[in-house]
Design a protein around this ligand. Structure first.
Ligand SMILES: [Zn+2]
Length: 94
């Protein structure tokens, strides 16, 4: 499912994503609209149970929870540069 660009509404492509914890995912997007080229990120998390599972686990076992390394920072995602060429755009990871 494509995520719409919050600026222009065009579909966006996932650039990269990573799990911040067992229940939180950070996703980086590039807007597919060549006139926009917005780069942004989203957070997905806070899952809610809609129906109890057949074999319910009341809590996520602590050993399954991933911890962030002490030096990890969500703002340290690779930066990209956009180069416009006739008929196409090039996204370069810096
Ligand atoms: Zn856009």
């Amino acid at each position: 499912m494509a995520f719409p660009c919050p600026l222009c509404g065009a579909a966006s492509r996932v650039r990269t994503s990573r799990m911040l914890s067992a229940t939180t995912k950070e996703t980086y997007y590039n807007c597919s609209n060549d006139a926009c080229c917005h780069q942004y990120k989203t957070l997905e998390g806070d899952p809610r149970t809609l129906a109890k599972p057949v074999n319910p686990a009341q809590v996520i076992p602590p050993e399954r929870l991933r911890q962030l390394p002490p030096t990890a920072s969500p703002s340290k995602a690779p930066a990209t540069a956009i180069t416009r060429e006739p008929g196409r755009l090039r996204h370069t990871v810096l």
